[in-house]
Design a protein around this ligand. Structure first.
Ligand code: HEC
Length: 475
């Protein structure tokens, strides 16, 4: 606490109206062991990365057009200026850093058992903030509106489809329709720039308040018994021993040093590796395009690849849900008052095993280059809403209204009407549909379609096949 004699007139005026000095005293003058670890500052570094996201994000907002027709153009224009490219890259790398740091912070908290009583609420707010951080990454991924953004979001937003019964409605809710359009962009934009950051900031306020109120776990544990009862926080006059020193200025200096290092790393990355931007999103063209999810979803997709299709909904819905609930409930599942890492073999070996598995899956997902097999990407019924454009682009040039073989493949109605050989689509049965046979070149007496041209990409045939499988319904 500042001696009152040293307080200026203004400080006292401010203090009288806000109680500010008590608060800063708690925050600034609590005892910290001299040999405290840099790992205790991971939360602080995560916060710094978040601040970086807010500052660079606000700058990007000044230039970004949140519309399907303007988004890519505006990002492209931004990339043309040195300043714009730098700010966007800083935002990009800051977002990745935030994920890494929040993960490291989480592991550290588990390692030192800082989630235990009385810090359950700190833990819960932390897990919720982790979820919001991932949500921010996911929604931010779509905003550049390039091919990568578009098709990865197509795949990502199809995940809720695996939810029994409700799946289809959830996908529609998320996308603002069947398909990824300007409506999806509006939703993701609102979530990314307002809803998620606001919630995150709120939780963060509570999180930091609790850190101050409960004291730092590793520090509090080492304080002599009864010290807290006899000493108010901020009472520097009587520290427990010479191995302690006040938070200000020592820990603050450590933090600032750490933040400068973090900023230097981000700046270096931003200058050397600009944020990627592919060609503009093209809803009609996913030919040969293999959507890559964000790297921190690699492990989930890799797991999806390794499991039989029958387990898809288990991997995509059940596993993340149960994992999330278990994580939230951790302080209530592990209620022992043992803190030393060596005396908690179960908690730490489970955490270690999960961490190693996730890292390994992420790595194998990364080196396999294509974390998602195309067939699974298109095994998403909403792709079927996109059938018409395929026919219009590849078939209608010959099979116009009343065109060759009496087929008019410019519309759903035309496709369903059929040609010389009768109906070419048998709803629910792609194998028996002449349409699929013609596309695969297995139909008797009919050349492979499109006639005289390269066959359709496998993904397109799969998409059409899905559409028939689903009953060949018009959207
Ligand atoms: C370059 C022109 C051309 C294009 C492009 C084309 N077709 Fe054809 N298609 C034909 C011709 C010509 C026939 C008649 C072939 C015959 O009877 O020997 C035909 C016949 C068919 C038939 C058989 C109809 C029946 O009732 O016997 C189907 C089915 C068909 N096409 C589907 C498609 C589909 C689907 C596409 C788009 C992927 C497509 N075609 C693109 C020229 C074309």
């Amino acid at each position: 606490m500042l001696p009152s004699g040293e307080q200026g007139e203004l400080t006292r005026w401010f203090h009288d109206r806000t109680g500010f000095n008590e608060m800063t005293a708690v925050a600034l003058y609590h005892p910290v062991p001299r040999r405290s670890s840099i790992a205790d500052l991971l939360g602080m570094f995560t916060l710094m990365a978040f601040v970086n996201e807010i500052i660079t994000g606000v700058i990007l907002l000044f230039f970004y057009h949140p519309t399907a027709s303007g988004a890519w153009q505006s990002v492209h224009a931004l990339e043309a200026s040195t300043f714009g490219r730098f700010v966007r890259a800083l935002h990009f790398w800051g977002a990745n850093a935030m994920i890494v740091l929040v993960g490291a912070h989480l592991l550290r908290v588990i390692y030192v058992a800082a989630y235990k009583r009385p810090r359950e609420l700190q833990w819960i707010s932390g897990v919720l903030m982790l979820t919001l951080t991932i949500g921010l990454g996911f929604t931010g991924y779509l905003l550049p509106w390039d091919q990568q953004a578009y098709w990865a979001t197509m795949v990502g937003t199809s995940i809720p489809r695996y939810v029994p019964q409700l799946g289809h409605y959830l996908v529609r809710l998320l996308r603002g329709g069947e398909w990824i359009t300007g409506a999806t962009l509006s939703r993701f934009y609102a979530l990314h720039v307002f809803v998620f950051p606001a919630l995150l900031a709120l939780l963060l306020g509570g999180h930091i308040y609790l850190v101050l109120a409960n004291g730092q776990s590793t520090v509090e544990r080492e304080l002599p018994r009864g010290y807290r009862r006899n000493h108010k926080l901020g009472d520097t006059g009587d520290f427990p021993g010479p191995e302690y020193r006040p938070f200000w200025p020592y820990t603050v200096a450590q933090m600032l040093g750490g933040c400068l290092v973090l900023l230097a790393i981000l700046t270096w990355l931003a200058l050397h590796y600009p944020a990627p931007l592919l060609g503009p999103a093209d809803p009609l063209n996913k030919a040969n395009y293999n959507p890559l999810p964000i790297w921190y979803f690699f492990w989930l997709y890799q797991l999806l690849k390794l499991t039989p299709p029958a387990l898809d909904s288990v991997v995509m819905i059940f596993l993340p849900l149960v994992g999330g609930v278990l994580l939230l409930a951790l302080p209530f599942l592990d209620t022992s008052t043992v803190f030393q890492p060596r005396k908690r073999p179960v908690a730490l070996s489970v955490t270690g095993a999960v961490t190693v598995a996730v890292l390994l899956l992420t790595y194998t997902g990364y080196i396999s280059g294509a974390p998602l097999p195309p067939a699974k990407a298109v095994a998403n019924p909403t792709f079927t809403a996109n059938i018409e454009p395929i026919f219009q682009a590849d078939c209608a040039p010959c099979h116009m209204t009343e065109g060759i073989a009496n087929l008019s493949l410019g519309s759903y109605a035309g496709v369903l009407k059929g040609g010389f050989s009768g109906r070419i689509v048998k709803p629910g049965d792609p194998g028996a549909s002449l349409l699929i046979q013609a596309l695969e070149g297995t139909a008797k007496g009919i050349p492979q379609m499109p006639f005289g041209k390269t066959p359709l990409p496998k993904g397109d045939i799969q998409t059409i096949s899905n559409w028939i499988q689903q009953g060949a319904k018009n959207n």
